[in-house]
Ligand binder design. Structure first.
Ligand code: C5P
Length: 401
């Protein structure tokens, strides 16, 4: 299952580093290639020679190594892998990750990577339970960092409790789960997300309150099912997930061009809150008050409808096109009409009246509208809505069946 995959393994400074030598062997047995990085503290526990010998490749150690940089720069090193694994992940490495430090090769790679990251923490039980570590754990989980372990048991320091690094085979299972053949393996899906910004002049723009949370959760859920995801995002407030191809745009017109450039795709999911109009007479230089008391008259032009454009493609239309509809009244009737008008396959409708607390909240109550009718889902956390929707998309594409 791991054949042909490349793992970037960062070995931190803990006694559990000896288990990472075995981890390298287990990964190579399964056909994976391992690029190894040893931190300075890690070198106190295992040697670059043993790590490099087991990996069958050189072990990287220093950030400012001229030979290393000439062979493969640190940015490339962090991007060439399919997955980044940190084992053992010490309290210090986790704190650096949570704080965004980049003062050695390991932490710099973790900052520079666009790949998913799995960590296998290992530390003394008091350090694991310390408020600072617990805060860092919450931050890393929110940043979409995956954990395997730690396990509970006797520790090398003589204490007992959580903090033992997961065994190599448990880490391998964690890696396989993240890289396994999900039902959307080999499929390409495009997700639009976030607001658009429509310029008035070089410094001002028209925007909306979309955070991009919905589209981001969906892209993550599709990625977790093995899809190759192109994530076309406006200036959102939530960061994009790792492991997807991010195309950052500002305007509706740029979003349409980016979606068209990303085709062909098996499905396009339009979760973005696209501005319906742009300023037709946007100024090339900053507009100034002229003292006359007269406000400038903005003229508007209609933006292209990305969802409708993709839905109505004559040639090369994706097999599934999904739109969203945020409504404040007659949700099902309006969304049903919208599905027909735009020509998409599904509309995910939700009631965004302020009383529902859905807008800006963590939960969502959606109705999935297709040619077959309307299916009301219970109120669920937004991540769970995304996972269910991703599973339905996989089903509809006949993936993994
Ligand atoms: O018409 P309305 O804006 O309510 O439609 C919402 C759906 O259409 C969303 O899926 C949104 O991403 C998409 N849309 C689009 N391009 C536009 C306007 C909306 O793709 N210009």
């Amino acid at each position: 299952m791991l054949s042909g995959k490349r793992i970037l393994l960062i070995i931190g400074g803990g006694i559990a580093a000896y288990k990472s030598l075995d981890l390298i062997r287990r990964l190579r047995e399964r056909g994976a290639a391992v690029t190894s990085v040893l931190t300075k503290a890690g070198e106190e526990f295992v040697t670059p020679l043993s790590v490099g010998a087991l990996a069958g490749e050189k072990c990287y150690r220093h950030l400012f190594d001229l030979t290393d940089e000439a062979e493969m720069g640190h940015i490339e090193l962090s991007r060439a892998a399919d997955l980044v694994v940190v084992a053992p992940a010490t309290a210090d490495l986790m704190a650096k990750m949570a704080g965004g430090h980049a003062d050695d090769l390991a932490s710099t790679l973790l900052m520079a990577t666009d790949k998913r990251v799995l960590i296998a923490p290992a530390m003394n039980v008091r350090m694991w339970l310390h408020r600072a570590t617990q805060r860092n754990i919450a931050t890393l989980r929110a940043d979409d960092i995956r954990f395997v372990g730690p396990n509970e048991g006797d520790m090398a320091c003589g204490e007992y409790g959580p903090g033992r690094m997961a065994e190599p085979l448990e880490i391998v299972a964690g890696i396989e789960a993240m890289m396994g053949d999900g039902p959307l393996e080999g499929r390409h899906l495009v997700v639009t997300s976030g607001p658009t910004h429509e310029p008035i002049d070089p410094v001002r723009y028209i925007a909306n309150r979309s955070s991009g949370a919905q589209g981001t959760a969906l892209a993550r859920a599709l990625r977790d099912l093995g899809a190759r995801v192109t994530f076309v995002t406006g200036p959102a407030t939530v960061p994009p997930p790792g492991g997807v191809a991010v195309v950052a745009i500002e305007t509706a017109q740029q979003m349409l061009e980016a979606v068209q450039a990303a085709l062909p795709a098996d499905a396009v999911i339009c979760a973005a809150a696209v501005a319906d109009w742009r300023v037709a007479n946007a100024s090339g230089s900053k507009m100034k008050k002229d003292g006359s008391g007269k406000a400038p008259a903005l003229e508007f032009a209609e933006n292209p409808d990305i969802l409708a454009t993709i839905s109505q493609m004559k040639k090369g239309r994706p097999a599934l096109v999904v739109g969203f509809a945020a409504e404040t009244d007659d949700v099902i009737a309006h969304a049903t009409a919208k599905r027909v008008r735009k020509g998409c396959d599904w509309i995910v409708a939700n009631d965004v009246r302020p009383a529902t607390g859905i807008m800006g909240g963590t939960e969502n109550a959606v109705t999935l509208i297709s040619a077959g009718g309307a299916e009301e889902w219970p109120r669920l956390p937004k991540d769970e809505v995304a996972r269910r929707l991703a599973a339905r998309i996989a089903d509809a594409l006949g993936a993994g069946g």
